[in-house]
Design a protein. Structure first.
Length: 319
């Protein structure tokens, strides 16, 4: 697990706010953090009853209200989102994303209505667990294999209903400077098929890799020194981390949508995980470097079975 940056918060606040003089910068950072924290919690508490009622009675606003809230939250926090690539337009899909911070959630949810797949521990978190439930998060109990089938069934039902789900295949969060290995076991949901209501036929679930990169703070390159103060990883406490992130100032984030695939196209979960990881790593590196990286990530070829290889060889020999 990456080590926590040891730069004192007061010094980082001075760098982040871009104000000469650590004392004044630290004071202004605290004022900013207090205002943002109040707005964040206050707006959530204001909308939570409406979302709860919408879910209870099946109102359509239950789908779009979280999206509107996260748009507001990004504006409140000064998060400028720069979008690259094209979002999958074929209906419900699974988004495979590199995980850096709790900020990933409002950023992604501000771009489109979606729900998240999260570990079951999140359900018990004070305040944030309630927010997760109100956004219809699918909670997965990784340690209890007997409940895995229940989670898969819920995911299947949600996707069949047209929902877009967000998965963090790393299984944890990083320091924002690199992408951790994607776990193929977490990609098992990609083996699901969707029944098309208009054609009454099954279709493979599309999986779209999406890279998220934290690039600038107060208009200046964030760099390796400041980026870990927006990343939430290791054994960091959530609320102190919230405070540190709020102190820093407005940030720029690059979100890139990469070409979607299906598990049938690549052959298996391992190949799917490798493809999604490579796409996210390329997108992250490109955003952090501030320039395009030549070429593109090639989609893995589907493995050819023994019979197919024999048939191909026979046709080639006799053709």
């Amino acid at each position: 697990m990456p080590e926590r940056n040891s730069t004192p918060v007061s010094e980082v606040g001075s760098l982040g706010m871009g104000i000469t003089g650590g004392g004044k910068a630290h004071f202004m950072g605290r004022v900013r953090a207090l205002v943002l924290l109040t707005g964040f919690i206050g707006s959530a508490l204001l909308l939570m009853p409406s979302q709860a009622l919408a879910l209870r009675f099946g109102w359509p606003m239950a789908k779009w209200l979280p999206n509107r809230y996260h748009r507001f939250l990004c504006r409140l926090l000064g998060i400028r989102v720069h979008i690259r690539g094209e979002r999958y337009a074929g209906g419900a899909c699974l988004l495979a994303i590199n995980h850096t911070s709790w900020l990933d959630i409002p950023i992604l949810a501000s771009l489109q209505p979606c729900s998240f797949v999260a570990k079951s521990e999140v359900n018990a978190w004070p305040f944030f667990g309630t927010l997760a439930r109100l956004q219809e998060t699918v909670f997965v109990e990784r340690e209890r294999r007997a409940r895995t089938a229940d989670s898969r069934n819920e995911i299947h039902a949600r996707i069949a209903a047209g929902d877009t789900l967000v998965l963090f295949p790393e299984g944890t969060s990083s320091d924002g400077n690199r992408v951790l290995p994607f776990k193929s076991a977490l990609m098992s949901v990609a083996q699901l098929t969707i029944v098309s209501s208009d054609a009454d036929r099954e279709a493979d679930l599309a999986v779209q890799p999406v890279s998220v990169a934290y690039t600038r703070v107060n208009g200046l390159p964030m760099g390796r020194v400041l980026r870990p103060f927006f990343a939430w990883y290791g054994d960091m406490e959530l609320f102190p981390h919230l405070w540190e992130a709020f102190v820093m100032g407005p940030i720029d984030v690059v979100v890139e949508y990469h070409p979607p695939v299906t598990i049938r196209e690549v052959g298996n979960r391992k190949a799917l995980a490798q493809y999604c990881q490579a796409c996210c790593q390329r997108g992250l590196s490109s955003a952090l470097l501030g320039r395009d990286i030549p070429g593109a990530v090639a989609k893995p070829e589907r493995p050819v079975g023994v019979v197919a290889r024999f048939r191909r060889g026979f046709l080639k020999a006799t053709g």
